[in-house]
Write a new protein. Structure first.
Length: 269
């Protein structure tokens, strides 16, 4: 059983909503990212998105773009991200890991090779924001053959495509809460409740909300409407504000506590 499916089933039994942090691996270093994953798990994270730094991240706002730029200074690759996941697993992590990457790095490596590598390193899912439904059949088939879920994004602007995307989803449906790129927001798309209801009716898997969610109050609002909440830019910004604690490839306890405390707060601990 895929770890994503198992985790959502466990959370449903407990009546909980998944807290899903996102971080850019390699920002500020591979070593710090490893320690941050373990700290987030201790703080209550239920799944985690491992962002692959990319030079032209079309779906990402300025905070995550800056984190990619910092990681790329260390020449972090998709293989480095997978290696951090492997090390976290060796250190005892039980979290389902989801790779967040664009299609070009996947294509350059080759579909069979990347999904085989993901399977070997216990990465349960992948999100590819620039791979549309109409072009994902080959990628989806190969991913599933290796037990990896290709997780779709669905936006309020998807209109008639919403039901088709949701109906064929594996793992969960990632619902985009706002129009535009990632980033912290005070307001969300006006019809978000109706949008989520439409996705819920069409999907046979959990639905998760992301893009712009940055505090406990916003998490609580969406907990009533979905099965999981992704927090990305706010966590990456928190890491950015603590960079002075992550020098010389090590993670100072104060830096880890700052990020872990924020994740615990988002989870409601």
């Amino acid at each position: 059983m895929n770890l994503i499916d198992k985790r959502f089933a466990e959370l449903k039994e407990r009546g909980e909503t998944a807290m899903i942090p996102f971080l850019t691996i390699g920002d500020p270093s591979k070593e710090a990212s490893l320690e941050l994953i373990l700290e987030m798990e201790r703080a209550g994270a239920d799944l985690i998105e491992l962002g692959v730094p990319y030079s032209d991240p079309l779906a990402d706002g300025p905070v995550i773009q800056r984190s990619s730029e910092r990681a790329l200074l260390s020449k972090i690759t998709i293989y480095d991200v997978i290696d951090v996941a492997r090390q976290a697993r060796n250190r005892g992590s039980k979290l389902p890991f989801i790779l967040f990457t664009y299609y070009n790095p996947v294509l350059q490596i080759g579909l069979e090779r990347i999904f085989k590598t993901m399977q070997e390193n216990e990465i349960s899912g992948i999100i590819i924001p620039d791979l549309p439904l109409e072009e994902d059949s080959e990628t989806r088939a190969i991913a599933e053959s290796y037990g990896v879920h290709l997780i779709p994004l669905v936006a309020p602007t998807s209109n008639e495509r919403v039901k088709r995307i949701a109906a064929g989803a594996r793992g969960f449906v990632y619902c985009v809460s706002s129009l535009g790129v990632t980033g912290e927001r005070a307001e969300f798309f006006g019809g978000i409740e109706d949008f989520l209801s439409t996705v819920r009716e069409a999907a046979n898997v959990p639905i998760v909300v992301g893009f712009g969610i940055s505090n406990r109050e916003q998490v609580q609002r969406f907990e009533k409407l979905c099965d999981g909440v992704v927090v990305g830019s706010a966590i990456v910004r928190s890491i950015e504000s603590a960079l002075h604690h992550f020098k010389e490839d090590a993670a100072h306890p104060e830096g880890l506590q700052q990020i872990g405390g924020f994740v615990g707060q988002l989870k409601g601990r």
